[in-house]
Design a protein around this ligand. Sequence first.
Ligand code: A3P
Length: 281
Amino acid sequence: NIPDAAGKILTVQEIDGRLYPRFDPYVLRNVPSLKLRDDDVILCGFPKSGTHWLFEIGRLLLHGKLHTDVKPKESLFADMVPESELNEVDSPRIINTHVRFDRLPSDVKTKNLKILYVRRNPKDLVVSYYNHTRKLENYHYDGEFKDYLPLFSKGLAYGSWFDYVLEWEKIIANNQELSILDVTYEDLKEDPIKEIRRVSDFLGVQRSEDFIEEIKDFCNFSTMKDRFKDKMGITDGHNIFYRAGEVGDWKNWFTVAQNEWFDQLYRQKMANSKLKFKFTL
Ligand code: A3P
């Protein structure tokens, strides 16, 4: 359990030295040994980076048509769904997870599966994670943003965002043999057609410009919010996975002092990194 700056508790669990939401520990521990199929794609990202969005884009590209009668991201969420249930889903599958690189299924590396990796600027991410944490029963948390924000320097469920993105930066730089596509939330927002085409090329599917345009519309924020309004993650009648869907919403949450504190933390933690994030568009 993590106390925030006001002493309010955020409920998580520690498994093998790492912090996780309170999902079934058996399922979490089993992630590294999941048996994957040769045509599986794996989607990785720190929570709240835009994983639902990229999952949906990838799913539609792989399926080649705009259909809604298939399982949502949650049914292929390796951290929560038992392997027997993952195995019931027909190919093509996009298995998604927030675990760190060393806990990915070893099949990802031995079978050289395609990895979609998504990252997002940490100011919008922390606002998104705060709202998510408050609304999701699992965390039993009702603290205020000002008391939650300091936790970001140490780490939340799934640990430190800094450690997560710095590790992926190194992996992408040093493991040319792996097939990884590095996607950012902000680029997807700024030029969805270009990014969807990049995902399409990476997945090796030939899709027409018209189809890519259709995916863009089918996956824009309001359309997705509406399409998934009856699916998992509903609290008070809203699907908590679709909140603001913006770049720069953090400006509505951060005070000037919080922003200065965050910038300093960012400079310190990212001093040796070449990663670039867009904080506004
Ligand atoms: P906000 O809380 O800032 O709105 P994840 O899918 O990794 O849990 O990330 C959730 C975040 O992605 C939420 O951010 C959510 O609103 C946003 N999101 C989900 N679908 C989106 C879409 N189609 N376009 C833009 N943002 C989207």
